[in-house]
Design a protein around this ligand. Sequence first.
Ligand SMILES: *Cc1c(COP(=O)(O)O)cnc(C)c1O
Length: 220
Amino acid sequence: MATREHLEKWVAYAKQHGSIIFFDAAYEAFITDPAIPHSIYEIPGARDCAIEFRSFSKNAGFTGTRCALTVVPKGLKGKAADGSEVEIWPLWNRRQSTKFNGVSYIVQRGAEAVYSAEGQAQTKALISFYMENAKIIREQLTSVGLEVHGGINAPYVWLKTPDNLSSWDFFDKLLVNCNVVGTPGSGFGAAGEGYFRISAFNSRDNVNEAMARITAKFKQ
Ligand SMILES: *Cc1c(COP(=O)(O)O)cnc(C)c1O
């Protein structure tokens, strides 16, 4: 959900320093704001400095079936140890075709179906269902005074842990008092400490039940 301006800065940086951006677009289907790019290649110049990862795991519930794709633009170059320019695509193709025998046929047919009219309608409906979950989570947590971020253009809601608890102390508290689990922010790096991530990927009943337990506990 990085903004266009933000991505433009990254592309300019990569070009200036001869870096390659690895752009993970796993959640692009959850973007609803028309101003937010769905692909790094919407930024002029990105074709020369970016590789993009795409997956069916989150837009179509393929998690575990191992089907994804990587865009390596022809002409994209990196530098060898001696400073000479090397084209990336042939290296990637060599690596991929040597180490990987391909996605199973049945999973490929499933992925193909994502692009049919029926598949598009089904995945869109599922994504709106999850985004409605995110809205419920955001509103419920806010109603008991918790500070929340996200859950817009993305299927995760982040909360600032109350009373300056560490991410893991909050995890324990939530587990023991509410029997609810989430993801400690510190697992994503030092900047995530003091934050906690709640996923919107669940049934409506489970979301409502988890929110009822959390709000009962945190209501003053
Ligand atoms: C789920 C996820 C992916 C997708 O990975 P797959 O190996 O295709 O299942 C990629 N990036 C992020 C950040 C994810 O959460």
